[in-house]
Ligand binder design. Structure first.
Ligand SMILES: [Zn+2]
Length: 325
């Protein structure tokens, strides 16, 4: 090596030096290689997801994590941290419960480069519940709406939503006897395989983000993303890049949430919705709820979960606006 002098990336903490892990030159080369890989090889929507109209960090998806792993020559090895199969729910009040928790270790030529853990369980709201709408006893579709009073009231299987047009009396037990809103998923046993795959996926993505230092570019997943903006930021191990600094100070998007008539959800139900940190929507401040709504509304591929959460936020904000008026 001809260069005698080396610049080190150093971090100063309370007046003392922490030994540098890499030289500035190495860090820049690594950064450049990663940037070229991300810009040139990874494809949006396939390898990572972007929330349109924002400068927020994209979400690393499983195909992107796999490409990064192979680009860096990393071989994933999964081990089970914990596994629960409670098919009858005998120790959980009769409600079945499944949990998978994996560790993903990434090896290169036999050397452990990084590891991450990921878990998933059947009580996560997207698996535990589903949103049931009133189902038409005639055609079987979830297209029942309340008829307007000026047209005779009652219930209508709404043709514009793809229904058959059947009409029902306001007190018809075939309609009023149905359980609606957030109900326990009756097909939870079909989800066990999905839960297993989801846990492995989360472990892999976490491990890849750590092992390849890709967290300057990516966040973990949309759900985490929506809540992560309010989470305390973890201390960076190295000097944060400009991009990382930018991503650290998100501004709340306080565009007013549109109210379009009567809410389809009860306030009681809406307030019991929880975010991934377990906070009830009813306890979350208005500005944060507004931002969460706007963030979700920008998602290109909304899940049923996102749609229900948005409806819940709308319902709560509408009620709060009425209380304030
Ligand atoms: Zn119908």
């Amino acid at each position: 090596m001809t260069e005698q002098k080396q610049d080190y990336a150093i971090q100063v903490q309370q007046g003392s030096y922490i030994a540098p892990a890499v030289t500035v030159k190495d860090a820049l080369m690594r950064y450049q290689a990663m940037k070229e890989f991300v810009d040139g090889i990874l494809k949006p929507k396939v390898d990572y997801g972007i929330i349109p109209g924002t400068s927020d960090k994209p979400t690393l998806l499983k195909p992107g994590a796999e490409k990064l792993a192979s680009f860096f020559g990393l071989r994933p090895v999964f081990t089970v941290n914990e596994r629960i199969d409670d098919w009858t729910g005998e120790s959980r009040g009769g409600e079945p419960f499944f949990l998978r928790d994996y560790k993903c270790q990434l090896y290169r030529a036999g050397e452990l480069i990084g590891e991450g853990c990921g878990s998933c369980n059947s009580w996560e709201s997207k698996y535990r519940y589903r949103n049931a709408n009133r189902k038409c006893p005639v055609c079987g579709k979830e297209t029942i709406i309340k008829g307007k009073a000026e047209y005779g009231g009652g219930w209508i299987c709404f043709a514009k939503k793809g229904g058959c047009g059947a009409k029902f009396d306001a007190n018809d037990p075939q309609i009023t006897g149905q359980e609606t809103g957030k109900i326990k998923n009756p097909d939870i046993f079909d989800q066990v395989n999905t839960i297993d795959k989801m846990a492995q996926k989360r472990a892999l993505i976490a491990a890849v983000l750590i092992a390849t230092n890709a967290s300057d570019y990516f966040t973990q997943d949309i759900e985490d993303f929506v809540d992560a903006e309010f989470a305390e930021m973890h201390e960076q191990e190295t000097e944060p890049t400009k991009e990382a600094k930018k991503a650290k100070t998100p501004e709340l998007d306080l565009t007013p949430v549109p109210f379009d008539g009567e809410s389809k959800m009860s306030l009681e139900l809406a307030e019991t919705e929880v975010n991934s940190k377990g906070e009830k929507y009813g306890d979350i401040p208005t500005d944060k709820l507004t931002h969460m709504f706007n963030t979700m509304s920008k998602l290109e591929n909304k899940t049923e979960d996102h749609i229900r959460k948005m409806e819940a936020i709308k319902t709560i904000l509408q009620a709060r606006a009425m209380d304030a008026a």
